[in-house]
Design a protein around this ligand. Structure first.
Ligand code: FES
Length: 167
């Protein structure tokens, strides 16, 4: 992970009043429904984009379930996120065509340039680095998607310049 600032730690571990209000509204509507844990977590993910550690503790207490149970649900389903997503999402394709044409080298270069691991977001919340499977542009391999932009035949050396477009 990149440099962890005090602000980052605060974001991850303290529940803001704004987020608490969203959780309270979701809990009030759904707390007593069957399967409330899944319903509540899905709505929090939809509305806020992630379920932080602070949110997990708050929700577990409100739903009267062990934190470990709630954490188990979050980690079982890959669509849940525990960290906020960046303003720009980088998806490096590692489908077969891209894999054999240097896809893994691109992943390493993005990790190095952004100073994050796959699945992480830069501390300034600018980029989230992810891996995807074939996006249907194999003839352009290796392919990278940034938001809705598709880049073909990406050269690792061009990555710093490419990222400057996404200030
Ligand atoms: S394998 Fe990457 S676009 Fe098809």
């Amino acid at each position: 992970m990149g440099i962890v600032t005090e602000e980052t730690i605060q974001d991850e571990n303290i529940l803001s009043l704004e987020h608490q209000a969203v959780l309270d509204a979701i809990l009030a509507e759904n707390k007593d429904k069957p399967g409330a844990t899944m319903v509540v977590l899905t709505l929090v993910q939809e509305k806020l984009g992630f379920v932080s550690h602070a949110m997990q503790s708050y929700l577990a207490q409100a739903l009267e379930i062990p934190l470990s149970h709630l954490y188990g649900v979050l980690t079982f389903y890959s669509f849940f996120r525990m960290h906020p997503i960046g303003r720009h999402k980088i998806n490096v394709c590692l489908g077969t065509a891209c894999y054999v044409r240097n896809g893994p080298t691109l992943v390493e270069k993005y990790k190095q340039v952004l100073d994050v691991k796959v699945g992480e977001t830069t501390p300034d919340q600018r980029f989230t680095l992810e891996i995807c499977r074939c996006v249907g542009a194999c003839s352009q391999a290796p392919v990278v998607m940034i938001d809705d932009d598709i880049y073909g035949r990406v050269n690792p050396q061009d990555i710093p310049k490419q990222l400057r477009k996404y200030e």
